[in-house]
Write a protein that binds this ligand. Sequence first.
Ligand SMILES: Cc1ncc(COP(=O)(O)O)c(C=O)c1O
Length: 475
Amino acid sequence: MSAERLEKRSTIDLRKKHIGPSCTLFFSRDPVKIVQAKGQYMYDEKGQRYLDCINNVAHVGHCHPDVVKAGAQQMELLNTNSRFLHDNLVLYAQRLQATLPDRLSVCYFVNSGQRPGAATGRQYTGHKDIITLENAYHGHISSLIDISPYKFHQLSGAEQNQFVHVAPSPDVYRGKYRADHPDPATAYADEVKDIIDRVHEKGGKIAAFIAESLQSCGGQVIPPVGYFQQVAEHVRKAGGVFIADEVQVGFGRVGTSFWAFQLQGEDFVPDIVTMGKPIGNGHPMSCVVTSKEVAQAFMASGMEYFNTFGGNPVSCAIGLAVLDVIMKEDLQGNSLRVGRYLTNLLEKLKEKHLLVGDVRGRGLFVGVELVRDRSKLTPATAEALEVIYKLKEEHIILSADGPHRNVLKFKPPMCFTTKDADLVVEKIDHILTGTSYFPISLCSVVLAFCFVHHLKESRCVMTDLSHVIVSVSRT
Ligand SMILES: Cc1ncc(COP(=O)(O)O)c(C=O)c1O
């Protein structure tokens, strides 16, 4: 079945004409047109299959039939807003709550982009100052850009909001305190405490600390265990709340737990959790969950909270189906098993290729940081881009992210298999071999040549060759 309605050229032309130029494409030099998808595979207009290693939105697999059916059935019956009583809304809230610690029991449903997490924090505390992390991304409306260094640094002439404070990313590979530090969790948490002290000195008051439970756009960063507990203690002592952004990493992706903040330990419970992307498997829905106390304070502000689409019966039917599929197909278990398998394969790549500086991940959330020099950690940005483009030629979709765009970022649909992992790692191995082993294979050819044509000539050829190797390794 062809789902293409226009020739690719016309699609590109119409897009240029009618779609805002700041909406960029993946692979802008030669964009991919996807017309159909199933499971972890996407198909272009010619029926070519691509392995999808990046779409964490299609959490339970692209177009999962149970999810599609649940949405279509409810759509045929009714869709309206949350001002009418409807069972789907309360049943979904109940099911979602069952995956969370007891204290997080009150839901606000949203569709996309306008999660009231930070606003709720400000309302609850009556304070204004928010602490966010370096390289963080939390969304695209202006209040969220303010707390997203990943974005506001892109704005020319942008000034950081005076109520927003940026703490170092708890990155133990490239950050301020690394794996060789005796206690990076405390060192990074103390940085947050220092910010709080400075805010207090200036007469400010902390409303919230916000962080992704594992930073994604920030470079697949895994904070040291104990960091969140200590930050939460400092922030709560200052009267603020802890907001965990689970938009990219929630719903079982990390394998050992349903929520990524739980990687920090059972003793850690955020005050507010924001959810999105995987929650609707492609259907636009999102949610903020908090405690009764925070919700009460939000209510006491006197402002009614409503948005047109949040919590509608179709979205909630879809949300329920997503949770059912995660359970029925043991996708959290799959994420753990396949994630470990993938990480092990990538670790072997690290042993083989100097360019692979670090492999880090939990479940099917994995980052591979490419560096030109393992001691200086010089980011291999161009090489990462080359890997991405060459993988595309092999019909595999992967992306590179992080502040230096040198971290290969795996976050595939959770039905990803060990066979898929074998394929993508084999292709990366091949690409890296082609790049870094070029001088060595050239070397062996020249040596063979020298052997045949006497050692006398070999000396001068070897000198030339060393220049070739140096210049190749520098480009
Ligand atoms: C961590 C994180 N938080 C929030 C958002 C914003 O979500 P949305 O695009 O649905 O508004 C994103 C989007 O990429 C995200 O990655």
